[in-house]
Design a protein around this ligand. Structure first.
Ligand code: GTP
Ligand code: MG
Length: 423
């Protein structure tokens, strides 16, 4: 048992140096190593190649593929992991070249595995299964060909007719599975929507934490609310959204939600599958963008998070930038530098509590400006006000009535007066 636990699978990792990539290949590979560490495997060798475009057959060039094979054999590797997504046929071609039952897969498959390991709630597990099945679907052909040549003995060609029908059966099965998972998720989403609706009606101010994985979001929610959300030094510790109450100094109660972390090259199937968890961010009045300021990669991480927030349509929500882990920064120059490029940002430490009072103060300020509740009917001649509402306000209800557009909204202080006369 112990032997089994202690054996760590050995991985060779492969990164591509794309011209004009937003981050250096080394840093992307370093992160891939951390992902591999998270699943309990270890990196035994790594290699990179400069490419303008992937090779259609083997992703890397044939010389590099031969070098990868040698590395695997020299280091007794169990798997090769590519930092970029492979097509199903590239994956199976590479497996044939590398041989010796060495698995070949990519960052996406690895992230899906981590998600599968870390999902705890029913919804989380369903979301992961949806993403896994969507990833699997186009790969079924490759998988069957692999089985046909390795296990069944016969050549792929000789069993082609039989294989096609098997493939059809497999495809139908996965399609059925995908739609049944989607149905179940839609049902859970309805329940969640009702809860969310409840929170809207009570006009509770909602804060959501967003940020790169491992930035300290869960630690921060724990420090802010005295709760004990799981936090540890692994990537994607949190998969499910957790909402806690936070009492502001003036006594007002608001909610704060911890969410899943983001990462570079986050698979799009995951973003789609985790829609309802990500909706927690989308439904917030304020997003705290939590950043690990001790990371070497601050600007890439900020960019990644901004990109994902854009992808889920959350860029319109008010944002506070929070640099966490200031306790790890020794040089005051670095803080000064970050402060200059982010003048409105806050600097905190979830561990020491530094800056937390100021953060609560700022949240309270934003919450106060969201307190201007207006229930108005805006005549159709004033489309400009409806546009303003969409741009600046938090809209709870919108209905088209005879007299005009009926809106219930929370307006910031500086534009609440535009709506007052239509109450
Ligand atoms: N030194 C220091 N470490 C911190 C601080 N905040 C969090 N950490 C550590 O950073 C690691 C990640 O913290 P989490 O709170 O799990 O981060 P997260 O953003 O929730 O990460 P995921 O849920 O995995 O996306 C843990 O080891 C924390 O102990 C801080 O202010 N200072
Ligand atoms: Mg977390």
């Amino acid at each position: 048992m112990n032997d089994l636990q202690e054996y760590r699978e050995r991985a060779v990792i492969v990164g591509i140096d794309w011209p004009g990539a937003p981050w250096p290949v080394e840093s992307s590979l370093e992160e891939l190593s951390r992902l591999i560490d998270t699943v309990g495997a270890e990196v035994v060798a790594s290699t990179t190649q400069k490419l303008d475009a992937p090779n259609a057959r083997t992703f890397v060039g044939s010389g590099k593929a031969a070098e990868i094979t040698e590395l695997c054999h020299a280091h007794a590797a169990d798997m090769v992991i590519f930092d970029d997504e492979l097509t199903p046929s590239q994956q199976s071609n590479l497996e044939k070249i590398v041989g010796r039952d060495i698995k070949v897969f990519d960052r996406t498959a690895l992230i899906l595995d981590i998600f599968a390991l870390h999902a705890t709630t029913r919804e989380g597990r369903l979301q992961v299964r949806l993403a896994q099945n969507q990833y699997l679907y186009p790969r079924l052909r490759g998988m069957w060909a692999h089985l046909a040549s390795n296990r069944m003995g016969g050549g792929v060609g000789s069993r082609f007719g039989e294989g096609e029908s098997q493939l059809e059966v497999d495809r139908r099965m996965v399609r059925k599975r995908i739609s049944s998972i989607k149905r179940e998720l839609a049902h859970l989403d309805q329940i969640r929507a009702v809860q969310r609706e409840g929170r809207y009606k009570s006009s509770t101010f909602k804060v959501a934490l967003a940020g790169y994985t491992n930035a300290g979001k869960s630690s921060l929610i724990n420090t802010l609310t005295g709760s004990d959300v799981l936090s540890y030094d692994k990537l994607f510790a949190t998969l499910d959204a957790t909402t806690r109450k936070l009492r502001l100094p003036e006594g007002r109660e608001i909610t704060i939600t911890d969410t899943i972390g983001f990462i570079k090259k986050l698979p799009t199937t995951l973003i789609e599958s985790f829609k309802s968890t990500l909706d927690e961010i989308n439904g917030a009045d304020l997003i705290l963008h939590v950043i690990d300021c001790s990371s070497e990669e601050v600007s890439f991480q900020i960019q990644t998070v901004e990109d994902v927030l854009g992808q889920i349509g959350a860029e319109r929500i008010e944002r506070l930038t929070v640099f966490n882990k200031v306790d790890l920064i020794e040089s005051p120059d670095r803080i000064e530098h970050l402060r200059k490029s982010n003048p409105t940002a806050l600097f905190v430490s979830a561990h020491t509590g530094e800056g937390i009072d100021e953060l609560v103060e700022r949240i309270a300020q934003v919450a106060a400006s969201h307190g201007n509740y207006c229930d108005v009917v805006i005549p159709y001649s004033r489309g400009d006000l409806v546009a303003l509402a969409h741009k600046r306000c938090h809209i709870v209800l919108e209905a088209h009535e005879e007299a005009g557009t009926h809106l219930r909204l929370f307006a910031p202080d500086d534009c609440a007066h535009y709506f007052r006369e239509f109450e």
